[in-house]
Design a protein around this ligand. Structure first.
Ligand code: DGJ
Length: 383
């Protein structure tokens, strides 16, 4: 046999015996809590992040954390991948402003939990993130928006602010409105008392912030099957989550919103939808320290939202495996494949923060998350 035909035979046999490239790539392991080198060998720097799947590629956006401060020194990062395990550093797609000290995003501000969604109508990529003004701690509690023509940017910074000024939750009844009218802030100066909690649940801080707009810190974006976009954020001094509708171009809010778990202290909302049910995984509020995840479900994005037990099970489940939720990714091309994403914060060395990615299993129809030292996307095929 000629050398070339022998080579062809060997190649065919090899193709039959070995799994295809795609299958092989699927078998790469995801090892939560370890260092995850990007294509340049450096640990991925995209914390508090989220992933957008667009035209065959996953784009992971997150906070660039420096070695010694959690303030934004670089900006919002993007990494791209076709298999969720090999990540190419696409750089800072929304860099901090270095010179103009009047800019909201001047270096040293706080830019957290960026999320990007694609708008089918405008063909634009829209980023929202939690913004705190430089030197003001966490007092500003603003949301900021930026837009790009391409998933890898550059993103153009548009503006920041509080949310839905002058608007009350659209589902507030006449009765609830009447109670809100009677709430007198002077009577609730002492925080954390039972009467204060009761007043918070009735909307004390919604009323306080009505004119200037509602506070917004930890946040999430969600695009529903009908293309409507929603912004979910910890409002009312982190005491209550708000779910607010975005305009058709996703660049502003329509004024329509509801409150979720009033006075319940939820941060880090991560939402997904399965078989018509909306699931939300959140955390409590303990700064950078981990705490027990919470879970809610609803038949409509507007509720009613029902609380469930912590979806995490097994060792360290009561502290979310040392992490805090940031996103749930529907894995492309697989049925009912949802990946839970969380951050293991390292506030003393922020750039060394690690990632937890775990498959969500469903038992009796409810999400369950179990720690795995290592797993591959094939785990979703076994479900
Ligand atoms: C917890 C939040 O989830 C983080 O995004 C960050 O804001 C820290 N708190 C700051 O303490």
């Amino acid at each position: 046999m000629k050398k070339t035909s022998l080579f062809l035979w060997a190649a065919c046999l090899g193709a039959l015996l070995l799994p295809s490239c795609t299958q092989q790539e699927e078998l790469k392991e995801i090892r939560s809590g370890e260092l995850w080198p990007d294509n340049t060998g450096v640990h991925v720097n995209a914390h508090g992040g989220g992933i957008l799947y667009h035209d065959g590629t996953y784009y992971w956006y997150g906070e660039n954390k420096s070695d010694s401060t959690s303030a934004a020194m670089v900006g919002i990062m993007c990494y791209s991948s076709e298999n969720l395990t090999d990540w190419k550093n696409e750089g800072a797609v929304l860099p901090v402003e270095m010179n103009d000290t009047t800019s909201d995003i001047i270096q040293g501000c706080i830019m957290e939990r960026p999320k990007v969604i694609y708008n089918e109508k405008t063909g634009k990529f829209v980023m929202w993130f939690h913004l705190e003004l430089k030197g003001k701690g966490y007092a500003a509690a603003r949301s900021a928006v930026a837009v790009a023509d391409n998933p890898t940017g550059p993103f153009k910074y548009l503006r920041s602010g509080r949310i839905n000024p002058g608007k009350l939750p659209f589902d507030m009844t006449e009765e609830q409105r009447a109670v809100l009218d009677t709430l007198d802030a002077e009577k609730y100066k002492e925080w954390w008392t039972p009467v204060w909690y009761d007043a918070i649940a009735k909307g004390l801080f919604v009323k306080r912030d009505l004119e200037g707009g509602q506070m917004a810190r930890d946040m999430q974006l969600f695009v529903d099957d009908d293309g409507k976009g929603y912004h979910i954020y910890s409002s009312e001094d982190n005491l209550t989550l708000h779910i607010a509708e975005l305009s058709d171009d996703y660049l502003s809010h329509t004024g329509k919103y509801v409150r979720l778990a009033p006075a319940g202290h939820n941060e880090a909302p991560a939402i997904f939808k399965k078989d018509g049910t909306y699931w939300m995984i959140t955390s409590g509020c303990t700064g950078w320290d981990p705490n027990e995840a919470r879970m809610f479900s609803a038949p409509s994005i507007w509720g009613p939202w029902t609380k469930h037990p912590n979806p995490c099970v097994g060792k360290d489940a009561e502290i979310t495996f040392h992490g805090q939720s940031t996103f749930v990714l529907p894995v492309h091309g697989k049925k009912d494949a949802f990946m839970f994403m969380a951050d293991i914060w390292r506030p003393k060395h922020p750039s060394d923060a690690r990632y937890i990615w775990l498959p969500i299993q469903f038992r009796d129809g409810k999400p369950v998350i179990e720690w795995r030292d290592a797993w591959t996307l094939a785990a979703f095929d076994a479900q």
